[in-house]
Design a protein around this ligand. Structure first.
Ligand code: PXG
Length: 469
């Protein structure tokens, strides 16, 4: 039997799989040679909030896969929905004046669970493609309105909006811009609303800093000329950037500024959507009313790929009533299997009352647990919103001083997480989590005990290595 026919994890050794992996599989955001030296950890199966690797180790997945498995692993309703749809109609497109039942019904359901300005959706296969759609759609909107000079989209440093040409350009990751000549023209970035990095040293309260950060947007709009600015895009809470929760004053002020200058407001809800922050969408938690909303990940809990853009009435009416043909779309726009799984997933979020569970029960419970982790000697700041959380690791708790540049404290801590059956991400010195929404209070206790153990081990390393001096 050749390797392809015998490719199930349980019939091949981990070493054999790792060799095949490094021989053939180029992983995303990975130093290929570095990984080949080390070998991948191979995840073999999962249930609820736990994973098992190919060596049988159990791991608590505090990152929901990659911020997506909102309903947790092993939900039979999603499996059944996929199998049923695959049997009945595995694929048909939505291009040539055709549609499929799951795509229609999902569009209808999304209009119901999203804020009231949204009655229309454009489907994509991922969040990146959703944001490519945003770029083309906002520019098309201003063209149709006879203002083609409104081209510029303003985004923020340390934003993440995906990895396609447009997604990476909208994102504010300097490492991504440095490869491949990005950003594409007509995209500009302002500073992020990160109080610890940009507000604390000025002695500003979080609230005052939130207003200042919002006014960076107005300054940029005025510098460019409002007649040239198409849209502003932001994640309600930056995810990949390190779970940066903006002050409560930020988004309402951003909204007022966009309204004042007629600029479209786009909320990238790829991470914050479908219950993550204790409301269906992050814009509801943060108190603003976007014109467009990108989604992906939690719409199917990651069981199959799906993304898209919710299109608010302001934009939809122009494109529908005056736009003619919009020359844009993907083979998998409205994929019937993805849409069937999304219908089952949203049904389950409702049935299990997961949004309420996050808002009223496990969200506040996690906030308390993180406040107590905030007392750990390594932690300078601890914050949560719903089921997203971050711990900032600092050298000196009283002054908040950071570790020396050559000390990768986050990676040290992440190493201990790996070794102790916990998946937690490190973004610079920020340790971040976003567990499945089905997590219970007892499981939060278990997760927090693991985090505390990893912090203690990291502190011991820091003491031993003289990094605290
Ligand atoms: N917008 C946001 C806000 C995201 O978080 C995307 C768009 C792109 O989605 P796709 O489906 O094209 O990947 C994302 C994706 C990380 C990490 O390191 C985060 C994402 C993807 C990969 C890694 O935290 N978010």
């Amino acid at each position: 039997m050749n390797a392809h026919m015998n490719s199930r994890v349980n019939t091949r050794t981990t070493a054999d799989l790792q060799a095949a992996d490094s021989a053939h599989f180029l992983h995303p955001f990975t130093d290929f040679a570095g990984l080949a030296r080390k070998g991948s950890r191979i995840i073999a199966r999962a249930d609820n909030i736990y994973l098992w690797d190919s060596e049988g180790h159990k791991i608590l997945d505090a990152m929901s896969g990659l911020w997506c498995v909102n309903v947790g692993y092993g939900q039979q309703a999603l499996v059944d929905a996929a199998a049923k749809q695959m049997k009945q109609l595995p694929f048909y497109n939505a291009f040539f004046q055709t549609a499929t039942v799951p795509a229609i019904e999902l569009a209808e359901l999304l209009a119901e669970v999203t804020p009231p300005q949204f009655k229309h959706v454009f489907f994509s296969g991922s969040g990146s493609e959703g944001n490519d759609t945003v770029v083309r759609m906002v520019r098309r909107y201003w063209d149709v309105l006879g203002q083609p000079e409104r081209q510029v989209i303003i985004s923020r440093n340390n934003a993440y909006h995906g990895s396609t040409m447009a997604g990476a350009s909208l994102g504010g990751m300097s490492g991504m811009h440095a490869q491949g000549g990005l950003p594409i023209p007509g995209i500009t970035h302002i500073e992020q609303p990160y109080w610890w990095a940009h507000g604390r040293h000025q002695g500003l309260t979080r609230e005052a800093f939130g207003l200042q950060a919002a006014h960076w947007l107005e300054d940029r709009i005025l510098a460019i000329g409002a007649h040239k600015v198409a849209a502003f895009i932001g994640e309600p809470i930056q995810g990949a950037g390190g779970v940066i929760i903006p002050p409560a004053t930020y988004w309402p002020e951003v909204q007022r500024i966009c309204d004042r200058h007629g600029v479209l407001l786009v909320s990238d809800e790829v991470i914050t959507g479908f219950g993550r922050t204790g409301n269906w969408f992050g814009c509801e938690t943060m108190g603003f009313k976007p014109d467009l909303m990108t989604f992906a990940k939690g719409v199917t809990s990651g069981y199959v790929p799906l993304g898209g853009v919710m299109v608010g009435d302001r934009v939809a009416r122009v494109l529908i009533d005056k736009g003619g043909e919009f020359n844009h779309g993907y083979t998998y726009s409205g994929h019937p299997v993805s849409c069937a799984v999304a219908l089952a997933n949203i049904g389950l979020i409702r049935e299990l009352k997961l949004v309420e569970h996050v808002r009223d029960d496990v969200g506040p419970y996690l906030a308390k647990a993180f406040a107590s982790l905030g007392e750990h000697p390594l932690v300078g700041d601890a914050e949560t919103c719903g089921l997203m959380g971050a711990l900032l690791l600092v050298k000196d708790k009283t002054t908040g001083a950071a570790f020396a540049d050559d000390v990768e404290i986050g990676m040290v801590c992440r190493g201990h997480c790996f070794g102790n059956g916990l998946i937690m991400r490190a973004v610079g010195d920020r340790m971040i989590i976003a567990p499945p929404l089905v997590i219970t209070r007892a499981q939060i206790d278990e997760m927090v005990a693991l985090i505390r153990r990893c912090l203690d081990l990291t502190l011991a390393d820091a003491q031993r290595s003289g990094w605290l001096k």
